[in-house]
Design a protein around this ligand. Sequence first.
Ligand code: GRG
Length: 293
Amino acid sequence: MDLESYLADRAALVDAAMSAYLPAGSERPSTIHEAMRYAVFAGGKRLRPVLCLAAAEACGGLTADALAPACAVELMHTYSLVHDDLPAMDDDDLRRGRPTCHKVYGEGMAVLCGDALLTEAFAVLCRIPVTKRYSTRDYIAELAETGGSRKLIGGQVMDLEGEGKKLTKRDLVRIHMAKTAALLTTSLRLGAMTANATAAKLAALTDFGHNLGLAFQVIDDILDVTQSTEVLGKTAGKDQAVGKTTYPSVIGLDASRKEAAKLTKAAMAALKPLGKKADRLEQIASRLLQRGY
Ligand code: GRG
């Protein structure tokens, strides 16, 4: 299967599974369930769930067994976007090419929508078939650590407190390791765990995830200044408008492109222990890098 067909096929599997897991839009109280579905089914790339499935496959596991964690990471991701867009955070009107959740359903409902999506992520995670090495407790610990104040929330705090200040490249790495790279890495690790992956394979995927996550963020920063709002589906030039330090603002556009390429190369090198089975992950990394150009 070529990469395009693979990405479309896996995204469709994840969408069908998420639709089955989530309450129907008509279920009472329907406003919250409609808001959850509005946020989730808004045309996201489904990068994190696809990485989860591809990691399971790279470790010799079944795609079907990794569907629950794939949905869980996308639900956590969507919650973070809904809350990140709120006026108290990034205050954004546009996400995934549509009005943000709070613009449609109001701020109170958007807060509750994010809360419900995050809670649902853990409920879905409990549906993972247990393997010899990993128990439900291991899956929950993995996702909880990533969603907590040492990773996603901590990264968001550093991000908020950094607005209007001149940060160094080291500060940026710390923020993006906690925000973007952490959830990408956990997506890979949860998928691999459903395939009963050894500690060595998990370590290789962790290394891959850290480098890929940072590369993804450098590319996201580049796109923010080089692409239009229409292409991005979210407000272009937002980073500069709110005084956020980005890779291009610290090291320049050319050096940022080189940095993204270097990180992608390091990510690909980390896949060596997985052999040919990791080819799909390598293709995905290469495809993400192309987005930055
Ligand atoms: C808990 C409020 C809160 C925040 C946690 C992850 C995070 C911190 C906030 C999300 C907002 C954000 C801009 C994160 C940076 C990572 C990033 C570039 C997200 C966009 O991911 P894509 O491009 O989006 O995969 P789609 O829409 O395709 O899913």
